[in-house]
Design a protein around this ligand. Structure first.
Ligand code: PLP
Length: 375
């Protein structure tokens, strides 16, 4: 048997990682401005992370959700404090798509409605409801297409008001910053008006912070720039620094019903140990502040480059847009300069480095990026 061939691969095998560096099986060192797709939050192989996960594995890797697991309570408490949502509850699953599935279900159980509003260029995952609210018909299978979803242009408050005031919308789902869509930031004013409209129409506001959350934007959540409080917040990626774990933060107005939501693996002992160590490292090393500071430096410097059409982003979530395809620039960065970056569509390079990126790492990236742009 072979793996199902769903990804176009670069011919590189990464076998080791330390901090913001990765190493291939030929011994080449790479500067990681991609973080394994926004997943590596506290850096590769952080000693505290390795120790916490190893210690837990030596004790107990997994037991079921039918008995107490105090690590889940510790994680919920620590996360609530770190992000400023101490009065919310945490439901734990394994991936981002699952987080959105469960958020959409919770919203629909709550208000009994079926229709969902989502936005142009959004990405929310590849499972049934999550992919249906994703603005990419190519990845929606016929079996997923039954749900009633309305896509609206991002930041169009008039169109949103018209739809929500029809009174049949269960939830609005929106990314804190659109990632796959090319690093597009919803306006703070739009989010504030959206919050008010959801209150007025009893629509559930779901903030997908799977990519933009966990400190990446320079605040714990990107929506905190707009000073709003969503009803449900979905998380994954940076939460476990590579260990699969996702979460839904749930406002107090939702009441838990035994048996309504559930999962075999979600909130398992190893995942909780990984997620706890991530929060400990983020706190001890002030990584949210670091993301804000280094991200701001990168944004200012990149904006000076005449070869770039536009630079967008907050913190260490940055999109660099070119007039034409950026594929060759990205390939040359990787093979000639040994720098990993991400992409959005054809013309945008996405930077999603570990949140521990240092000033000298950022300067080294700019130097190597310039070498590619000017050669
Ligand atoms: N939502 C957003 C904003 C994402 O960026 C992603 C993944 O890239 C997902 C949801 C889906 O997460 P997962 O691949 O863990 O299911």
């Amino acid at each position: 048997m072979k793996p199902f061939d769903v990804y176009p691969l670069f011919d590189i095998e990464i076998v080791k990682g330390i901090g913001c560096r990765t190493y291939d099986n030929q011994g080449n060192e790479y500067l990681d401005l991609y973080g394994g797709h926004a997943v590596i939050s506290v850096g590769h192989s952080h000693p505290h992370y390795v120790q916490r996960v190893t210690e837990q594995l030596n004790k107990l890797g997994f037991y079921s959700n039918s008995v107490h697991n105090s690590l889940q309570e510790q994680l919920a408490e620590k996360l609530g404090k770190a992000c400023g949502y101490e009065d919310y509850s945490l439901f734990m699953i394994n991936t981002g798509a699952e987080a959105n599935e469960n958020a959409l279900k919770l919203a629909s159980f709550y208000n009994g409605r079926k229709r969902v509003v989502s936005f142009g260029k959004s990405f929310h995952g590849r499972t049934s409801a999550a992919v249906r609210v994703t603005d990419n018909p190519k990845i929606v299978a016929p079996v997923n297409s039954g749900m009633d979803v309305t896509f609206l242009p991002l930041n169009d408050i008039e169109a949103t008001a018209v739809e929500l005031r029809k009174g049949d919308v269960s939830a609005v789902i929106i990314e804190g910053i659109q990632g796959v869509g090319g690093i597009r930031i919803p306006d703070d004013g739009f989010l504030q008006q959206l919050r008010a409209l959801c209150d007025e129409t009893d629509t559930v506001l779901i903030l997908d912070e799977i990519q933009s959350g966990y400190g990446r934007s320079g605040k714990f959540f990107a929506h905190q720039y707009a000073n709003i409080r969503p009803d449900l917040i979905t998380l994954a990626k940076g939460m476990g620094n590579g260990f699969p774990i996702g979460g839904v933060l749930i406002a107090p107005k939702f009441k838990a019903v035994h048996g309504q939501l559930g999962t075999t693996f979600g909130g398992n002992h190893l995942a909780c140990a990984a997620a706890l160590s991530v929060l400990e490292i983020m706190h001890d090393e002030a990584l949210v502040d670091n993301a804000a500071k280094i991200g701001d430096f990168l944004l200012q410097e990149l904006k000076k480059s005449p070869q770039i059409k536009e630079v967008r982003g907050r913190g260490l979530m940055i999109g660099i847009e070119f007039e034409t395809s950026a594929a060759d620039i990205r390939r040359r960065l990787l093979f000639e300069q040994k720098v990993f970056t991400g992409a959005s569509g054809t013309n945008v390079i996405r930077l999603l480095p570990p949140l521990c990126l240092t000033q000298s790492d950022a300067e080294l990236f700019l130097e190597r990026f310039k070498a590619v742009l000017t050669a």
